[in-house]
Design a protein around this ligand. Sequence first.
Ligand SMILES: [Zn+2]
Ligand SMILES: [Zn+2]
Length: 307
Amino acid sequence: MKATAANRHTSLGHGLLVLGDLWNLLLVRGLLTAGPGRFLDLKQRLGISDPVLVRRLRDLADDGLVRAGERAEYTATEAALAAWPAFVALHAWDRRWAPGSPLRLRTPLVHDACGHRTDPVFGCGACGAIGLSARDTTAEVDPDVPFAATNPRRRYHRSASAGPAAGDADPAGPVASAAVLADRTSTALLAAAFLGHRRFGDFQTALHDTAPHTLTSRLALLTEQGILAKEPLRAGGRRHGYRLTPKGHDFFPTFACLIAWSGAWFTSDGRAGVRITHRACGAELVPRWTCNACNAPLTRAALSGSA
Ligand SMILES: [Zn+2]
Ligand SMILES: [Zn+2]
């Protein structure tokens, strides 16, 4: 992966920007699950307009995630294939929180090695522990690597990036993970919540290039979706903050996978900007998915029907 001046110091920000956009997320997911496709195939798969598809393909190609191959087919690159753990995480989240959503991935995951359908369990590859949640870890921001700084050229307008979020047809119904991560502000806010931010001012500092009214609307949206809860910072106090609900906490594997992926593909030194430590073993968390049917660790090559 080339490290351009624009992304060298902002790998997690860049990683969140790339996959914190509904169209990019659905495009890459489609290439991983349904395989390569020509422009018209992709357009039909997603119900996306020509100009939006042209722009997303160009940006994904710039990021080294999509390649135009023979017969004008678009293919996922190694860098895109390496994001499969994050897509498994999104799949797991949707099964739990948005089983009826039209945006969820419908294909079941099958572990090729054991032949069973699998509900992968998240764990630490450094020590082999499984069933990890955010509470089993600590996260630190690397002071030299601002996590939310992004390339302004890549700001997509929400109207364009929201795409088939209308596909989550019933506004009162469960929202798929892809729709939650539909724009980079929501994605970066969730990441900041995992880093322990609670107050509006702290979110503002973490997402320093985001307008206050955008922050306000995204915090309200995440609260409405049941991912954050607004509550007094101190019992009986008048000032409010936001904390992750259990539904919000369940995004932890997604972020751990995105952080590992960003560090591996968008930097030359492997530093994504956030370091997650598994408390029990003291090592940096290496995200790992384990098959709940046979207890063997999953590798992309051993998993079909998903990524
Ligand atoms: Zn560990
Ligand atoms: Zn298995």
